[in-house]
Design a protein around this ligand. Structure first.
Ligand code: ADP
Length: 402
């Protein structure tokens, strides 16, 4: 009986130990599995974190490289994000994050645009002229950032700088108005003289000749104007193909002077070519002739009757030559110095018209020199003459054949 008892106790103890061991093993396995899951979870978390950081970095690069200003407002209307372009557009110095739109940019109109965007969902093409005298014009597009299930919404505002476009548009309008005016003036004069001739003036030969000469003068003016307009348009198109050559500067000046001999003698003007014959420039010969012709012609037209026009040049450095055309006429007032190279700008409009000027000569000179990589400048004092300077690249020495 005792032995059965022992066997039973032994068996029970064995089963108990087995069960404990089995349970311990299960718990260990479960723990291993839990650890594995935790590792996987943390790997997933860190992958998600990296992906999110990469996404944010990408977004930041896009926002930072935008030519438009970008502003994101949260649902309380406070600045959540502003890109660097926005800072430049509004000349912002400090941090604006967390501020209201009004505190950040100090523009009531903008506050209204943001509110409209939140209310209506979208605002496109709102134009804003910035206060002050910067003349800056911005176009603002705004949209609401409403999240599903939420009543309040943030908004995003995009700012396009239209200033340059507006300036170009104004320049174009001025140009068209000026061209129309310049064309209309000689045309209406021609029409007037023709009508007077037809009304009977043709029967008096002396008057008829005088009128016909005037008509010829105005048709010449129209021709010059159209030629100058074509020159300007081809130069401004940026598609000018220069036939660059190594040119003897003294000879080139001599050529321009000989083309203007008749005009110079009409006003008893002496022209002195003081350009050193060793100087050579690299330029398009025809274009250089146009530059010299316009400058010498102006010096004759606007200089002193019986005066002297001097042409000179000097090397500025190893690669640049400076050329000048100097007269001893009445000169140009200080406030006009910056403007004479503008299209249609004249110091004395009546005088220019009387001389057959188109108001485009100096603008053409500036364009031609600029396409050669040079620049132009004017030095003048009223009563002390005017000197127009321009630079060109140095030309190579002529090849000597032995
Ligand atoms: P325009 O066809 O009227 O001569 P330009 O562009 O050649 O046009 O010159 C612009 C204006 O600059 C002229 O109308 C004139 O008033 C002034 N100007 C140009 N050259 C001289 C000069 N050498 N002396 C004085 N005024 C000048």
């Amino acid at each position: 009986m005792d032995s059965y008892w022992f066997i039973l106790v032994g068996l029970t103890a064995g089963v108990g130990t087995f069960f404990t061991l089995w349970q311990g093993r299960r718990a260990q396995k479960a723990q291993e599995q839990l650890r594995k899951c935790q590792n996987e979870l943390s790997e997933l978390r860190s992958a998600r974190h990296t992906a999110l950081a990469e996404e944010q970095a990408k977004q930041q690069t896009v926002f930072n490289s935008m030519v438009e200003g970008l502003l994101i407002l949260d649902e309380d209307g406070r600045v959540q994000f502003a890109n660097p372009t926005l800072g430049q557009l509004f000349s912002l110095n400090g941090e604006i994050r967390g501020r209201t739109l009004l505190e950040a940019l100090r523009l009531h109109e903008l506050q209204g645009v943001a509110e409209r965007a939140t209310r209506e969902g979208r605002v496109t093409g709102f134009e804003l002229v910035l206060p002050g005298n910067s003349g800056r014009v911005l176009q603002i597009n705004a949209a609401s950032l409403r999240e599903p299930g939420r009543t309040h919404a943030g908004s995003v505002l995009v700012f396009h700088d239209l200033t340059r476009l507006k300036q170009l548009e104004n320049l174009r309008k001025d140009f068209v108005a000026n061209v129309s005016h310049e064309l209309r003036t000689p045309l209406s004069l021609i029409k007037g003289y023709v009508e007077t001739l037809l009304d009977g003036a043709k029967d008096d030969p002396a008057i008829a000749v005088r009128f016909l000469q005037t008509i010829e003068k105005h048709t010449d003016r129209l021709t010059f104007l159209i030629e100058d307009l074509l020159s300007i348009s081809s130069l401004e198109s940026g598609q000018v193909v220069l036939n660059l050559q190594h040119i003897d500067l003294h000879d080139e000046c001599e050529q321009a002077i000989s083309d203007l001999t008749a005009r110079a003698s009409d006003r008893e003007v002496t022209i002195a070519n003081e350009v050193d014959p060793v100087l050579r420039v690299r330029a398009d010969g025809d274009r250089l002739q146009q530059v010299l012709f316009n400058l010498i012609d102006n010096a004759i037209k606007y200089g002193r009757v019986g005066g002297t026009v001097r042409l000179g040049a000097r090397p500025l450095n190893a690669s640049t030559i400076e050329v000048w055309v100097m007269d001893d006429g009445p000169g140009i007032p200080g406030d006009a110095i910056e403007r004479v190279f503008e299209r249609f700008y004249r110091v004395d409009r009546a005088r220019s018209r009387e001389q057959g000027g188109t108001g485009l000569g100096l603008s053409i000179v500036k364009h031609i020199i600029q396409v050669h990589g040079g620049d132009v400048r004017l030095v003048s004092e009223p009563g002390k003459g005017a000197t127009f300077y321009f630079t060109l690249p140095v030309g190579a020495e002529p090849q000597v054949n032995i």
